[in-house]
Design a protein around this ligand. Structure first.
Ligand SMILES: Nc1ncnc2c1ncn2[C@@H]1O[C@H](COP(=O)(O)OP(=O)(O)O)[C@@H](O)[C@H]1O
Ligand SMILES: [Mg+2]
Length: 239
């Protein structure tokens, strides 16, 4: 009798047209994915599109935690791109939570608030934007920041195994690492958005740097922000 082994994990569709082709069909469900890039590369739009697709197309419960952007402004800006989080909230399918980054030394409070948001809503998809802002209240050494990140991530993932979560990381132009450095190792996946110059024109690219549980392309391809959100063109390879 033939024995079939199911090696591939269950995939979820990202909601970003073209992206799933780079991932052999989609992101493995439950993966913790770092979405990194410089300011303006489209990380928040990407994240909003990811949760909105889950709720509007698949009926999933989704959570978007934002630190830096006021909830009303965030929802309004995304609506301009056809991403209607307000409608999904009114249906009880999505929740946008605006948390305030506390002062130095108060990191336990924000950690509890994040865990509570996950526990209360029990989402299938979630985004923490920008996760990298959590370094602000951690006043101590780099080790302290790394152990804080480690502990917070463990708390979220241990009780929400099936929740596919994006940690958005703002990367400075001259940065040689993502976030505290520990995110890259903890995460199941790393998706990087960046700018490229083509002559005098600035274009955007996306690259899957790491994704556990699937084979994937390592090629940088074209990413465009349109009136309908983000579109990735896997056929336009960039170097
Ligand atoms: N309608 C649009 N058409 C094209 N580009 C847009 C549109 N709306 C916003 N953008 C682009 O999206 C960028 C902001 O995306 P955002 O997701 O907020 O970036 P990040 O979170 O990475 O800082 C802006 O810099 C702008 O270039
Ligand atoms: Mg942003």
């Amino acid at each position: 009798m033939a024995i079939t082994t199911e090696l591939s994990s269950e995939r979820i569709q990202s909601g970003v047209p073209g992206l799933d082709r780079l991932l052999d069909g989609g992101i493995p469900r439950g993966n913790l994915v770092v979405l990194a890039g410089r300011a303006g590369t489209g990380k928040s739009i990407f994240g909003a599109q990811f949760v909105n697709y889950g709720s509007s197309v698949l009926g999933e419960k989704t959570l978007y935690i934002t630190f830096m952007e006021d909830k009303t402004r965030f929802i309004r800006n995304m609506k301009l791109l056809g991403i209607d989080l307000e409608e999904m909230e009114s249906k009880g399918l999505s929740k946008v939570v605006n948390l305030v980054i506390p002062q130095s030394g108060q990191q336990n409070k924000i950690s509890e608030d994040i865990v509570k948001a996950f526990d209360d809503f029990n989402p299938s998809r979630a985004v923490i934007d920008p996760f990298s802002a959590l370094s602000i209240p951690v006043s101590g050494s780099k080790n302290e920041l790394q152990s804080f990140v480690h502990s917070l991530v463990s708390k979220i993932t241990s009780s929400h195994l099936d929740c596919t979560t994006f940690l958005i990381c703002e990367v400075a132009a001259n940065a040689d690492q993502i976030g505290s450095g520990v995110e890259e190792y903890l995460a199941d996946g790393i998706i990087v958005l960046y700018y490229l110059m083509r002559g005098k024109a600035k274009i955007k690219a996306v690259e899957i740097r790491k994704m556990r549980g699937t084979k994937h392309s390592n090629q940088a391809v074209l990413l465009e922000i349109t009136d309908k959100g983000i579109v990735v063109d896997p056929d336009i390879e960039l170097t």
